[in-house]
Ligand binder design. Structure first.
Ligand SMILES: [Zn+2]
Length: 233
C-alpha cells in the first residue's frame, strides 16, 4: 500500500512537470527557445502572430512604417496561401517573416512528429512561394511545446522564438490602453514582445505604443537583427 501511494505521488509530480513544460515555453523542457536578444543595446523586437490578416496587417504595416520600426510576423501557412501579397508586402517593407504552423488548429499539440513536420513544411513552402525565401524562425501556436514537436524541429532545423513580454492582446477584455501599459511596464532592452495582427485593438495599441517606445530610446528591430541570426534558410 505504502509503495503504491509513493508511486502514485511520483507519477502525479511527473505529469505535473510534463504539463508545465508543455504549456510554458520558457521552461525549455522539451526544446530550447530564444526569448530575448542582446540586452546591451536599446533594441526590442515586436512580433506579430496569427496573420497575415487582410484587415489588420496592412494597418500594422503602415504604422510601423510611419514610426520607422521593423518587426517580425509569424504567419499561419494557410493564411499565407490565401493572402500571399500581404506576406510579400511584409518582406518588402524590411520586416521578417516566420513560420507559425500551417493550420494553427486547436488540437495541433496532440499530434506526432510526422504531422508536425507536414505543418512546418507546408508553411515553409507557402512562405517561399510568396517571398522567395524559406523561413528559419518558428513560433509554436499557443506557445505550447511537446516532445513530438521537438523531434520534428530537430529534423526541420527551425529556430524556435519565444517572448519575454506578453500582454495577452487577443483577449477581448484587454483594452488597447492596457496592452500598452503592460508592455511599457515589462519592456527591457533585448526583449521580444508577443502581439497579434489579428484583432482590432492592435491598431490603437500600436498608435500609442510606438511613439512611447521611441521616447524611451528603444529602436524596434526584427528578431533576426536582435539575435544576430539569419531569418531565412
Ligand atoms: Zn498563434
Amino acid at each position: 500500500m505504502m509503495t503504491g501511494g509513493i508511486l502514485l505521488i511520483i507519477i502525479i509530480i511527473g505529469l505535473g512537470i510534463i504539463s508545465w513544460g508543455a504549456f510554458n515555453i520558457h521552461s525549455n523542457l522539451f526544446l530550447s527557445a530564444t526569448h530575448q536578444g542582446n540586452a546591451e543595446n536599446q533594441q526590442v523586437a515586436l512580433t506579430f502572430d496569427d496573420g497575415p490578416n487582410p484587415t489588420y496587417t496592412p494597418q500594422v504595416l503602415e504604422l510601423l512604417d510611419k514610426h520607422n520600426a521593423k518587426a517580425t510576423f509569424f504567419c499561419i501557412g494557410k493564411s499565407v496561401e490565401r493572402y500571399p501579397y500581404i506576406v510579400k508586402q511584409i518582406r518588402e517593407a524590411g520586416h521578417t517573416v516566420g513560420n507559425h504552423s500551417y493550420t494553427h488548429g486547436p488540437t495541433i499539440d496532440l499530434h506526432r512528429k510526422k504531422y508536425w513536420l507536414s505543418e512546418l513544411r507546408q508553411t515553409d513552402s507557402a512562405i517561399a512561394q510568396a517571398i522567395g525565401r524559406s523561413p528559419r524562425f518558428f513560433r509554436p501556436p499557443y506557445g505550447v511545446t511537446t516532445p513530438h514537436l521537438a523531434k520534428a524541429l530537430r529534423q526541420s532545423g527551425h529556430r524556435v522564438i519565444g517572448w519575454r513580454v506578453r500582454p495577452y492582446d487577443t483577449l477581448e477584455s484587454r483594452s488597447s490602453a492596457r496592452i500598452v501599459r503592460t508592455i511599457l511596464r515589462k519592456v527591457k532592452p533585448g526583449a521580444i514582445i508577443l502581439l497579434h495582427d489579428s484583432h482590432s485593438r492592435i491598431v490603437p495599441a500600436l498608435e500609442q505604443l510606438l511613439p512611447q517606445l521611441r521616447q524611451r530610446g528603444y529602436t524596434l528591430v526584427t528578431v533576426a537583427k536582435l539575435i544576430d541570426e539569419d531569418a531565412y534558410v
